[in-house]
Design a protein around this ligand. Structure first.
Ligand code: PLP
Length: 402
């Protein structure tokens, strides 16, 4: 099996976390890291280490260049401008930032937010916290029978009272891909802003925020083969420029006196304190790595694996499959008479790592009528051997449970 004309076995060998006879099918939770990302991180933490933006010495100036180069790489990677890329701790913090700055400034009682049934808790709870403080109402867009966000329903639900639409670009449970272009048009038609939670999309599909025309885009580096502790909020420059700061401290100011403090322009205005320097450089290396392979190839590779796995699971009459056929890299299912946690435990004994649980999407579990699902999720390093190991583990589980 090849990816971008390279054997998957060669690609797998670039990921030390995949060494041994281990089948990692939990990339939607967090991706394994290629050696180049680890090396970049080690060098940034060791040989090249210094603070950024402040030092008058050469090492710090070089580190600042490397840190800002990482921001530039991210901007190019998602089709945005460098000054539109805010480094956060992750997607969760990015969404909370929007809720607490843009949301608190622009939303008031009587306004409405549209979410969907399949959102991750990170794209639900920040809006609930905002609703408690502002009196904003939250509406929930239903799903189609095959588990996509139902944009026909969204169109019927949206009114001029809606000031924000916040949707997952790719579902972390079902793998369903949003028709993001249409979602943007629907939101803008009623004068609402749109935030896309791109956590599962950015590692799996080419994303171009300018072409999409969205207002906010959030993702985490650790799902994109980069380090934990860093993520991205992209927002259109004019929106960011009008947003008040969130956290106060060093780096985000222009001039501080006890009488009055003025703030730095974006993105620094939203990056109080010493940033995640090492992690940003790791993210830059991850962007380079993924870009060299190419997201169209990664997407085709993962959807091929999804097709193979779904075909095999569909032939098992004790398995219920969720989500659409063309899911991006993620397959959720349940097995009759076997709790997903038991399945996950038996698979672990077989050297297969899947996720079992509610996947931080409890409203979606309620909608599906289950308390948990088993989820196999692929990465660019996954192959048919991983699927075969999973299927062997499912057969063994069936024998154990009779
Ligand atoms: C769709 C989606 N949104 C948001 C998040 C939250 O990401 P993080 O925990 O890295 O902030 C995740 C992570 O599982 C996710 O899959």
């Amino acid at each position: 099996m090849n990816l971008a004309a390279r054997p998957i076995s060669t690609i797998k060998a670039e990921f030390p976390g995949l060494a041994g006879d281990w089948h990692y099918l939990d990339t939607a939770a967090t991706a394994q890291k290629p050696q180049v990302v680890i090396d970049a991180t080690v060098a940034a933490l060791g040989r090249d280490y210094a603070t950024v933006h402040r030092g008058v010495y050469a090492r710090s100036a070089e580190m600042t260049l490397a840190f800002e180069a990482a921001r530039r790489k991210v901007a190019q990677f998602i089709g945005g401008r460098e000054d539109e890329v805010v480094f956060t701790r992750g997607a969760t913090e990015a969404i909370n930032l929007v809720a607490q700055t843009w949301g608190l400034t622009n939303l008031k009682a009587g306004d409405r937010i549209l979410l969907s049934v399949l959102e991750h808790h990170s794209n639900i709870v920040p809006w609930q916290l905002l609703a408690e403080r502002t009196g904003v109402a939250i509406d929930v867009c239903p799903l189609t029978v095959d588990g996509r966000i139902d944009l026909d329903a969204a169109e019927a639900m949206l009114t001029p009272a809606h000031k924000l639409v916040a949707l997952a670009h790719v579902s972390n449970v079902l793998g369903s891909v949003l028709d993001a272009g249409r979602a943007v048009r629907l939101a803008h038609d009623v004068g609402a802003k749109i935030l896309l939670d791109g956590c599962q999309a950015v590692p799996r599909l080419p994303v171009d925020v300018a072409a999409l025309g969205c207002d906010f885009y959030a993702f985490s580096a650790h799902k994109l083969y980069g380090p934990t502790g860093i993520g991205v909020l992209w927002a259109r420059a004019e929106i960011l420029a009008a947003m008040p700061p969130w956290q106060g401290g060093g780096s985000m100011i222009d001039r501080v006196t006890f009488e009055r403090t003025t703030f730095a322009p974006p993105p620094q205005r939203f990056e109080a304190g010493t940033p995640a320097i090492v992690e940003a450089i790791g993210l830059g290396a991850a962007v380079d790595y993924v870009s060299a392979i190419g997201l169209p190839a990664i997407h085709a590779h993962e959807t091929g694996l999804v097709g193979t796995l779904r075909d095999a699971l569909r032939r098992m009459n004790d398995v219920t499959l969720f989500g659409p056929e063309d899911s991006a890299g993620i397959v959720s299912f349940t097995m009759e008479g076997v709790h997903p946690h038991d399945l996950g435990t038996i698979l672990d004994e077989e050297g297969v790592a899947i996720r079992a649980g509610h996947h931080c999407a409890q409203p979606l579990m309620d909608h599906l009528g289950v308390s948990a699902t088993a989820r196999a999720s692929f990465g660019l390093y996954s192959d048919e051997g991983d699927i075969a190991a999973l299927l062997r583990g499912i057969d063994r589980t069936r024998r154990i449970f009779g």
